[in-house]
Design a protein around this ligand. Structure first.
Ligand code: PMP
Length: 358
């Protein structure tokens, strides 16, 4: 490029564009639904909305950059010291900060694939290399292959459990064995964005995991179970050195007052929010059973979505559901991820899935 042109880092060339899901538009006045982003279909609880509204009155002031009240609320909730906690603009921001703090060109980041679509983008932005280890035929992590993929250049491993977009959760023993096998200078990020939807009991909780493992960092979010996707609040739990590095990379004032207030209020009404999660888990079971009855082979879902492997039919299927007023997330050539949402939206999707199999 000529000298008078702005130059961008080479790694930007590979960064995939994120295509946000939008509800379809209809001209016939019938309702439309968005089952493409794993959001919570419930409207805000009145107490959470009131706290956010009150906080909005301070919009002329910067938020508390240290998020002291929110960190204290999280510290009480999980029984971990404030020094082991960081909050960010969604857990995806915490992942970006973590990678920014730990990897650069020449380093490798190992993770299962397919998994959360932000991983390759976040890695590319640092200039580091993604090492993608295929999931097993049951859409689960292949830890033996992941272990074999670790080299001297590996700095970070990402473990998404339960896995987005396929749904299975990693079992206790396989995760513990993997963590024992990973060199202690490799950081293991346990992404538990869907933790609250897990009903399988043979699992190990990230909070329990990190305590005696300084190389483990847990990421969680208020976006899914707590229904705050629009406010962008995530949190990280890890050892002070790791959490400190994340904090250093964070954008100043990244989490707004409104978001902080809503997150604190949500922890205050957690019981009610988790009852909604129970209802979504029940609805998940209804959807999975209906799909199985219609002949679909659905991988285990411990999340608020289901995964349909559709190969070359993926886009056609997504368009057929879209024609019913429901947006879902197609991964062309692979499959479709469908969020468990409003019952009527799930039914519209199920109708398409049933006829597809006939
Ligand atoms: N991790 C996983 C596995 C996700 O699916 C998502 C959201 N789709 C996130 C992290 C990020 O969530 P947020 O930034 O909203 O906290």
């Amino acid at each position: 490029t000529p000298d008078n042109e702005v130059r961008f880092r080479a790694c930007l060339d590979d960064v995939a564009a994120y295509k946000p899901g939008r509800p379809p538009e209809r001209s016939d006045g019938r309702p439309t639904y968005k089952l493409s982003s794993n959001e919570n279909p419930y409207p805000p609880l009145p107490g959470v909305l009131a706290a956010a509204t009150e906080a909005a009155a301070q919009m002329n002031r910067y938020p508390d950059m240290a998020a002291v009240d929110l960190l204290e609320a999280l510290s009480d909730r999980f029984g971990v010291p404030v020094s082991d906690l960081a909050v960010g603009t969604g857990s995806v921001a915490l992942l970006y900060h973590l990678l920014q703090a730990t990897v650069a060109e020449g380093d490798e980041v190992v993770y299962a694939w397919r998994s959360f679509e932000a991983y390759p983008i976040a890695v590319q932005l640092t200039g580091a290399t993604s090492v993608k280890v295929p999931l097993t035929a049951e859409a689960r992590h292949d830890f033996k292959a992941m272990e074999a993929a670790i080299t001297d250049r590996t700095k970070v491993v990402l473990v998404c459990t339960p896995n987005n977009p396929t749904g299975p959760v990693v079992r206790r023993d396989e995760l513990l064995a993997f963590l024992d096998a990973v060199p202690s200078n490799v950081l293991v990020v346990i992404d538990e964005a869907y933790r609250e939807f897990v009903r399988e009991t043979d699992v190990v909780d990230g909070v329990e995991l990190y305590r005696d493992r300084p190389n483990v960092l847990v990421l969680r979010t208020f976006s899914k179970a707590y229904g705050l996707a629009g406010f962008r609040v995530g949190y990280a739990i890890g050892h002070p050195a790791v959490v400190g590095a994340i904090r250093k990379c964070a954008l100043p004032f990244g989490v707004s007052y409104v978001a902080q207030a809503a997150a604190i209020a949500s922890l205050g009404v957690e019981e009610e929010l988790l009852e909604r999660v129970d209802a979504l888990v029940e609805e998940r079971q209804r959807v999975v059973s209906a799909l199985q009855a219609a002949g679909w082979d659905v991988p285990e879902s411990q999340t608020n979505f289901v995964w349909l492997e559709l190969g070359e039919d993926t886009v056609r299927f997504a368009e057929a559901v879209q024609a019913e007023g429901v947006s879902v997330r197609p991964f062309p050539g692979e499959g479709v991820r469908v969020t468990i949402g409003e019952r009527e939206a799930n039914d519209l999707f199920l109708n398409v899935a049933r006829t597809w199999r006939q």
